[in-house]
Design a protein around this ligand. Structure first.
Ligand code: CA
Length: 229
């Protein structure tokens, strides 16, 4: 099945070049020029991936990402400015899967797109995970479902992957590097700070008080562990 990709970029020269390159790889491509149109398009149409520029005329790419995440798990690859460190962090916090910094080569962009789609495919065909219970947190096996104190909690695929990793050995400390490798499966993708933003977004969903975590706890200087609480 051909993957369908939405490219959101207001600068025609960049948007068209990206669309052309992606189409040449055999993917189906649509383009949108602003955030509002992008949100409408993703609502009506199932995409396998969204390439989202952070600088858009109406909503910022980060805001589009945040809103998109509220209704969809579609993978999002952000395009950020070279000096846009803040945008990169905010984008990952808002639920983006990865980012590419402008100016980028088409080869680099395409390789990131392939990596995200491959990961998506692996997630889909992932072996049935065993149910697990760690204190108030319960993983319900292959459905990517998690409950906390009996209440269903919606996790994005990458958040689920993080929880499933830590739940595979409750109490064991996983280093940030280990988590990054597991989540991104790529040497040159996200840095360890991206790991922290994922931890933070999971805590908001599974902790009684995310500011004082008692389930997904930090082990200073080493990493993170999941403990019964
Ligand atoms: Ca732009």
């Amino acid at each position: 099945m051909t993957a369908r990709i939405l490219v959101v970029e207001d600068e025609p020269a960049i948007g068209d070049a990206v669309a052309y390159a992606v189409r040449s790889e055999g993917y189906e491509v649509d383009t949108e020029r602003d955030g509002g149109a992008a949100l409408a398009a993703t609502r009506d149409d199932g995409y396998d991936l969204v390439v989202l520029d952070v600088m858009l005329p109406d909503l910022s790419g980060v805001e589009v990402c945040r809103r998109l995440r509220q209704e969809s798990d579609v993978p999002i690859l952000m395009l950020t400015a070279r000096d846009g460190e803040v945008d990169r962090v905010l984008g990952l916090e808002a639920g983006a899967d990865d980012y590419v910094t402008k100016p980028f080569s088409m080869a680099e962009l395409l390789s990131r797109i392939r990596a995200i789609l491959r990961r998506r495919e692996l997630d889909r065909v992932a072996v049935v995970r065993k149910p697990a219970r760690i204190g108030a947190i319960e993983l319900l096996g292959d459905e990517h479902e998690v409950t906390v104190e009996g209440q269903p909690v919606h996790l994005t695929p990458s958040e689920f992957k993080l929880v499933a990793l830590l739940a595979s050995e409750p109490g064991r400390v996983f280093s940030r590097r280990e988590i990054v490798r597991h989540l991104w499966e790529s040497a040159y993708v996200a840095d360890e700070r991206a790991c922290d933003t994922r931890i933070w977004s999971v805590r908001r969903k599974i902790e009684r008080d995310p500011g004082r975590p008692e389930r997904l706890v930090t082990v200073r200087g080493i990493g993170y562990k999941l403990v019964p609480a």
